[in-house]
Design a protein around this ligand. Sequence first.
Ligand code: 7TS
Length: 407
Amino acid sequence: MIEPLVDVSRDFPIFNRRINGYPLVYLDSAATSHKPEPVLAAMDQFYRHSNANVLRSVHTLAEEATTAYARARETVSTFIAATDPKEVIFTRGTTESLNLVARSFGDQFLRAGDEIVLSPMEHHSNLVPWQQVAKRTGAVLRYIDLADDGTISIDAVRRVISPKTRIAALSKISNVLGSVNPIVEVADLVHQVGGVMVVDGAQSVPHEPTDVMAMNADFLAFSGHKMCGPTGIGVLWGRAEWLAQMEPIAFGGEMISYVDREMATWAEVPEKFEGGTPNIAGAIGLAAAIDYLTAIGMDKICHHSQALGEHAFDALREISGVSVYGPRRPHAAAVAFTIDGIHPHDIAQVFDSKAIAIRAGHHCAQPLMQWLGVGSTARASFYFYNSSNDIDRLLDAILETKRFFQR
Ligand code: 7TS
């Protein structure tokens, strides 16, 4: 029995809901996680008690808001073991973070013929921005070959890295395959040829301890909403020496140092990249989420996520007519599967009638679907509030769905 790591009904109001008369079994945390009471309370408290804009006015509320926003940045910085909170840029989420690197770093440093190394498993938000920068600069995309189980071997990486590699952009954990990619080793190879390592941490930062220095990354992108924080807040972490050289991409309030009629100069990092009023309540909510996760323990969360992922993978594989994708070990907290003769959307619909929430579709990874040779899959994904009972409910629902469609 794998138990949840917290008192779920105490901490998560949403789990007290019933849907179609059944208690909610939420297996869609890779899309977004639920929000615990302390996160809801922190945001509520900000709006009720300290609401003001940041970095502008000197009144008490503005100072409280500015302090809380700065503290949120420090909390994020500590959580990912960054050397300086200034390396933490608040964005709307992983998508905006990756677009920022591609637009700013990519446009500035890529030349025609330079190479960008990607994998076919990337989420569209770590793929389309690179396609676009390649179009603008004449850079070329190179794809790492996946092994049969969807994993990435260092030999496969070696085959695509060349002296022309300027950027490698790779997810740490796949949102479909549940595979864990060898970021440290890839970063080593990229650095040997003078390139930079961009890591999509959307599925890893919520589930494992993160140390950007140990990871050997130059940039790391992640989203608050997949780690118990609110939607609309995310992070781009970057090495100070790169951020200092990079041009901003959003121009306006609070990102300038001086403006006259003809020209402008930029504020320091991170303000340079945070034009306009930021998502202050979002940053405060994210910091509360980080405090909550840290109190549980990221090592424990990592162990639990992997235990559920591997248990689900093994159990699903035993069911005849069910195909499961990705590696057996290690397998992270997302398990993609199909059932012979049943469309994934029909699976998701039948599950919903039993209050089991999964995702069906291409999971914003169409090149991966093409590689797998399927149009779409069903996917169950887990977090520390799930238990092996939830997987039992999933297995029962699969058997029932098979019986229903075979009739
Ligand atoms: N990268 C990965 C690996 C992801 O899983 C996601 C979102 C993103 C980037 C984009 O994050 P966003 O917060 O900017 O949207 N993944 C999913 C998913 O698997 N189902 O819904 C969203």
